[in-house]
Design a protein around this ligand. Structure first.
Ligand SMILES: *Cc1c(COP(=O)(O)O)cnc(C)c1O
Length: 360
């Protein structure tokens, strides 16, 4: 067996011990005589798996009791619509920050349901930074303020939590949830698709403060009504059972590792290793402002785009895959989520050095 170092932005690398455990339990989960995929979501085995996953997530994130955890489907993209449906609560306006491609998508979708006010934008600076809060123009009548706290494509991350007063803060954390401790109490709602930093595609996690529930627009589909799903342990309809199981294994892996503070240390070491190299060479370039660089998604360019093809060929041959940048920005992107070992980042930097030596 030979596994590559997979730098995909998502679906992405998973911890090897998790994959091994899932394989070992594939045919017979804990003496049940069946795979988790074959279980009724209402049976006692799956109810136990689901409850354990939720309890572990609450513990990892040190989540206050007045927050509900939902395991939904439809991806973060569905949440772009589901958030306004549930959180407008009789209001007609919402504030959005525009810090990259995923912000833009969230804004386009929200406009179908409410008046979107862009409170801050870095679009005229090619999305290279997060606008400082002093430059934001918040609307006190907004139902909520939406941020994309880690822009997966641009590699721009909020390393601070905006102050939105009494207006609930909503964050799309798809690509950095569980990468470090987050103060859940500062947010009204957090959501994220699982396939970046948590598990397989198909599960979307929503963490919502309970006082925000119960005022969904009447047209809201039942499966996307937060209150209904909260009252039914996310089982108003069949949930993504196998994905929830694997996410639960990842939560246990994180707990065994030492929790999110430990994970942050490791992630800072990994990202620091690559950024240090990017900053000391003229051959490669990081387009993102230093204070706002993502620990998870690291875009970079080569001195000339003419070298991109050769670079991708050489890294691929060295077992380093999926480094091509998003089509909307070009260049390269190394996604180094929780499950990417430091050895993967070291192998990448070594390959980059050798490439520079021959082409620089
Ligand atoms: C990947 C991603 C999405 C979209 O996720 P889907 O599961 O494809 O809907 C949304 N926001 C961010 C920040 C992402 O990284």
């Amino acid at each position: 067996m030979s596994r590559v170092f997979n730098f995909s932005a998502g679906p992405a690398v998973l911890p090897e011990p998790v994959l091994q455990q899932a394989a070992a339990e594939m045919l017979d989960w804990h003496g049940s005589g069946m795979s988790v995929m074959e279980m009724s979501h209402r049976g006692k085995e799956f109810i136990e798996i689901h409850a354990q996953a939720e309890a572990d997530l609450r513990e990892l994130m040190d989540m206050p009791k007045n927050y509900k955890v939902l395991f939904l489907q439809g991806g973060a993209s569905a949440q772009f619509a589901v958030v306004p449906m549930n959180l407008l609560r009789g209001k007609t306006k919402a504030d959005y920050t525009n810090t990259g491609e995923w912000s833009k998508k969230a804004i386009v979708e929200a406009k179908k349901y409410c008046q979107v006010h862009v409170a801050a934008s870095s679009e005229d600076a090619a999305f290279s930074h997060v606008p400082k809060q002093a430059q934001w123009r918040l609307d006190p009548d907004a139902a909520y303020v939406h941020i994309t706290s880690n822009e997966t494509i641009g590699g721009v991350e909020f390393h601070w939590v905006p102050d939105t007063g009494n207006v609930p803060l909503v964050a799309d954390m798809s690509s950095h949830i569980l990468s470090r401790p987050m103060d859940v109490s500062r947010y009204g709602l957090i959501y994220g698709g699982a396939q970046k930093n948590i598990g397989p595609a198909g599960v979307t996690i929503v963490i919502v403060r309970d006082d925000l529930l119960g005022q969904a627009l009447p047209v809201t589909p039942t499966v996307f009504n937060y209150k209904t799903q909260a009252e039914n342990d996310s089982m108003s309809n069949t949930p993504a059972t196998y994905g929830i199981y694997v996410a639960g294994l990842v939560f246990q892996w994180l707990k065994k590792l030492g929790g999110l503070s430990k994970m942050e240390q490791i992630n800072r070491a990994k990202a620091g290793f690559l950024y240090d190299y990017l900053d000391q060479t003229e051959f490669y370039h990081s387009p993102v402002a230093k204070d706002d660089r993502s620990l998870m998604n690291i875009p970079f360019t080569l001195r000339s785009a003419d070298l991109d093809k050769a670079f991708l060929k050489e890294t691929e041959a060295a077992g380093l895959t999926q480094l091509k940048g998003h089509r909307s920005v070009g260049g390269m992107r190394a996604s180094i989520y929780n499950a990417m070992p430091i050895e993967g980042v070291q192998a990448l930097v070594q390959c980059m050095r050798e490439f520079e030596r021959r082409h620089g």
